[in-house]
Design a protein around this ligand. Sequence first.
Ligand code: SF4
Length: 447
Amino acid sequence: MPSVAFYTLGCKVNFYDTEAIWQLFKNEGYEQVDFEEPADVYLINTCTVTNTGDKKSRQMIRRAVRRNPEAIVAVTGCYAQTSPGEILDIPGVDLVIGNQDRDQIMTHVNHIQQSRQPVNAVRNIMKTREFEELEVPGFADRTRAFLKIQDGCNNFCTFCIIPWSRGLSRSRDPQSIVKQAHQMVEAGYQEFVLTGIHTGGYGDDLDNYRLSDLLWELDKVDGLERVRISSIEASQIDDRLLEVLGSSSKMCRHLHIPLQAGHNDVLKAMRRKYTTEEYFTKMEMIRKAMPDVGITTDVIVGFPGETDDMFRAGYDFMKAVNYSEMHVFPYSKRTGTPAARMTNQIDEEIKNARVQELIDLSEEMQLAYAKRFVGQTLSVIAERSAKDAPGRDVQHGFTDNYLQVFFGGDDSLQGQLCQVKITEAGVNECRGELVRVGGGSLQPSAR
Ligand code: SF4
């Protein structure tokens, strides 16, 4: 039996795409082996969100070539889409294919096995208008199912290369999503994480069909307990979305809403689609619709031109929003983006000091948010065991409002929805006691 090994870098969408590509190999009788082992074919799904992403991708490609010089080395993903020439210059690379036409991968692999001639199958993705439909009946190592519903982005934020690697926003056919949802419930998944490059842009290219319409359709899927939106822009939160968030008992009380910066001048330089005032108003509307919601965010610190005053104002703004957690990143230049050509770059030391301040603030807010749920019983999907003492079985999982919880129980609980009483709050680690196994409304008082 021929063997294939995968290495995936980057975001949830890349991991979803790798699962889809594995199905293509599986259908042709391949077995999957670990990337550290010898294989007949290696597939590296690359990331290009930062220059480091490119560097790490090249390292993994070279590692595959060294591991088995006879193997076919195939490269896909965002770095492949933006820089096929650089990748083909690496000795031993056989196939470079971008973020589309993956249904052709087996044809290329079979052809290269004969010809042993390298193939550049990358096509311009900026003209692509169709969502690439690829089968994913399940996930090898996941207890929560990722559903890819959208690809590409129309926003062109000045620090981001993604629109050039993923193309413009394309939505998946709603019926194909609902069909996969039923398949996933049959396969035992109880939570779906809706993912995309610009998830909130779902429906931009559909006729009078929005993300909210899709959420109502998923709300009707029997056996599905939780729906989580992986990320959504503040500018995409409208009344229709607030209505389904406020009334469907399956919507997780967790929204990841990137802020990126807390000052209007920086937001303008980033070409973000909202002001701090508009963003704050949306947070208030969400909290009205979903009182206990956990709001998490992404923040880029030290964007070119960010003065100390702007940073201070941003700090106060984030404190006022009162997030349940912030993912804080120092701005890093991405070659080929407008921001990388900006002159007023910030000194690394200043950037790192600001990052630390925001991480401290995030931990403060995270602990305060978790403390609100001590004594409450929340639903948790056990994901993996986390032994903390010999012989003491402990499971780890996430509540619907994205608290990380450790609670006593054996591995038979994995993948199951459990009702857990929160006994102790912590940063990235709350403690709880198992009350019972099984569903139950996500909200203390069913809405
Ligand atoms: S919204 Fe901005 S940051 Fe996000 S993928 Fe699109 S261009 Fe990049």
